[in-house]
Design a binder for this molecule. Structure first.
Ligand SMILES: [Zn+2]
Length: 600
């Protein structure tokens, strides 16, 4: 019996190697494998959903049979498919399918964008958010100050009559980027029961023109009248949104996205998978406050399969830089009474106000465990790694303290736990070494450098800025760096899924216009090889999927990206070319899901 099965296995292996032709062969490429055993190759042969061989063009061509698709890459650049460690798929889809008004501050484009959204969304569905005027504001006052006076008409203020004609069947309820005002179209006003005689609630305003007619502009509490009648988005619209994100991913060579996932989103991914429409693998991360429920039904790390897998729990210590809610030891320079704030999952703290009493010499573990620590402990026992957002230096200190105590108490110190600090954006000088000591993953978003540096020093000063996005310091300290886009971005800029922006930002530390010439704190730049690793092999490892993906090697999943530009050469010698690089093919599980100029 045993002898027979060995013989059978041997003969099958022999057929596989020599006889069974590949389904797809890529040759004449510049193949950057990320495999330390063989950094460069010319071609890849794929059988089913796996890589059958990596080698010279001659070697891989030998795998071709009569029905094999052979693609001559003509020198195209090949990497493992990009693995984006930080995507908000939900928000990205809403932005792509809904209305994006971030760069809009005049009537013509405003009307066109609303018209476009109405054409993409099923009849009757709401067109919401928009965030008009954001980019205008960011270029006007870099630290969020009011725009300089003297503009002819002041900031753009729309009117419902501009958009009624292009949105007869879609209620519209969009807001200015700072939510100081909302615009409802006539249909939305009608559904909310707002008429010229409606009294505004306290603290709110229903704006009327000189003739006493509703302009559609609502302020403060008056916006709640409309909000109250907006239903949750339907399953069909959710599918439309996820499809739009999948399209952007495959057009950018992204084959895995690590998402922050709500239940509705995970249901949508499963639905698309059943329909055969999932063109990227998705790593899901429910919120940490669910840890007890997840543990109670017996799920642990890695639950799922190659397409949809549970990889961690997401939580937040503090806010963000964009609205000055990231938590710092010292106040913001442009807002001296503000040091930032804690997120909801931090409450209750063990002692009320504990975090806000801390100085740079303190540790959060001076206090008994609060809610975050309690939940991290539940996660630790379930085997599912915590992935926690920390941006300000105090936010990072608190998280490192909590991690250190739980890792110690649970006997996990020094083990291969792969817990993550998300953003690790402003780390106190005393804390860098802890990333190595605690063996932490730093899940960072390099494109924030290109975007945020424009106003960072005004807000936190040069000294703190020197430890911002300090990728080299984190790496030297022993952190494993992994990259994500943070799509859809901030109120100041869209962050695209295409990895070229993050690669560019990490190797240059410049804005898209190439400023400053030497890069912002250039000693923190990474090499292009390090950046590629952080966008492919690193995220696969951090999700415990290094056996399946992250390098181009025999036996791994055939997730492959082909670009028209040699990203390694461009990154070394002329990084601006990275921004022009385009994906030619994106292959997921052996299937070509995107082909430049193709019909998909
Ligand atoms: Zn994010």
């Amino acid at each position: 019996m045993r002898a027979l099965s060995w013989a059978l296995a041997f003969s099958l292996a022999a057929v596989g190697a020599a006889g069974q032709p590949a389904d797809l062969v890529l040759l004449n490429g510049r193949v950057y494998t990320l495999d330390p055993g063989r950094r460069w190759a010319e071609g890849v042969a794929i059988t089913g959903d796996r890589i059958a061989a990596v080698g010279t063009s001659v070697e891989v061509r030998r795998r071709a049979g009569p029905s094999t698709r052979v693609i001559d890459l003509k020198g195209g650049f090949v990497t493992p498919g990009f693995n984006d460690a930080h995507v908000h798929i939900d928000a990205t889809g809403a932005l792509l399918v809904g209305v994006n008004l971030l760069d809009v501050h005049s009537e013509g484009p405003f009307v066109e964008r609303v018209r476009g959204a109405a054409s993409r969304l099923p009849r009757g569905s709401w067109i919401v958010r928009g965030d008009w005027g954001a980019y205008e504001q960011w270029s006007a006052g870099s630290a969020g100050a009011a725009p300089a006076a003297g503009g002819p008409a002041g900031p753009f203020t729309p009117d419902r009559r501009m958009i009624d004609a292009v949105s007869p069947d879609h209620p519209v309820f969009v807001n200015r980027f700072d939510r100081s005002m909302f615009l409802a179209n006539s249909l939305a006003l009608k559904l909310a029961g707002i008429t010229e005689s409606t009294a505004a609630p306290p603290g709110g305003e229903i704006v009327k023109d000189a003739g006493g007619r509703l302009t559609g502009i609502l302020k403060g509490g008056a916006a709640d009248l409309v909000r109250a009648v907006i239903p949750p988005i339907g399953a069909e619209q959710r599918l439309v949104q996820v499809r739009a994100v999948l399209r952007e991913a495959r057009e950018g060579g992204v084959t895995t996205m690590q998402d922050l996932s709500t239940a509705e989103q995970v249901l949508a991914y499963q639905d698309l998978r059943r329909r055969g429409e999932l063109t990227a693998r998705i790593n899901v991360r429910p919120q940490l406050y669910r840890a007890e429920d997840v543990a109670a039904i017996g799920l642990s790390r890695g639950f799922g399969d190659d397409w949809l897998r549970l990889i961690g729990f997401k939580a937040w210590v503090d806010g963000i830089m964009g609205n000055s809610t990231a938590l710092f030891f010292d106040p913001f320079l442009h807002d001296p009474r503000n040091r930032g704030s804690l997120r909801q999952v931090m409450y209750p703290e063990a002692q009320e106000g504990a975090a806000m009493t801390m100085t740079a010499k303190d540790h959060y573990t001076r206090f008994p465990p609060g809610n975050l620590e309690r939940l991290v402990k539940v996660a630790a026992r379930s085997g599912i790694p915590p992935h926690v957002h920390a941006i300000g230096d105090l936010g990072n200190r608190i998280l490192l303290d909590v991690y250190e105590r739980v890792l110690t108490e649970e006997g996990l110190l020094g083990t291969d736990h792969r817990w993550r600090v998300i953003h690790a954006q402003h780390v106190h000088p005393d804390d860098f070494a802890r990333f190595g000591r605690l063996k932490l993953v730093a899940e960072v978003n390099p494109y924030h450098i290109s975007d945020d540096m424009r106003w960072m020093e005004e807000r936190i000063g040069k000294q703190r800025a020197a430890d911002a996005y300090a990728f080299r310091k984190l790496k030297n300290a022993g952190a494993v760096l992994i990259f994500g886009s943070d799509s859809p971005g901030t109120n100041a800029a869209r962050y695209f899924l295409s990895p070229v922006y993050g690669l560019y930002a990490a190797v240059t530390r410049q804005t898209l216009k190439g400023e400053p010439a030497d890069g912002w704190f250039p000693d923190q730049r990474l090499t292009i090889e390090e950046a590629l690793e952080a966008y492919t092999r690193g995220p696969a490892w951090a999700a415990f999927e290094e056996d399946q993906k992250g390098t181009l090697a025999t036996g791994k999943l055939a997730d492959v990206a082909v670009f028209d530009t040699d990203l390694v050469a461009a990154g070394r010698t002329h990084p601006a070319d990275l921004l022009k690089a385009k994906a030619l093919y994106t292959i997921v599980g052996g299937k070509v899901v995107y082909e430049a100029g193709g019909s998909r």
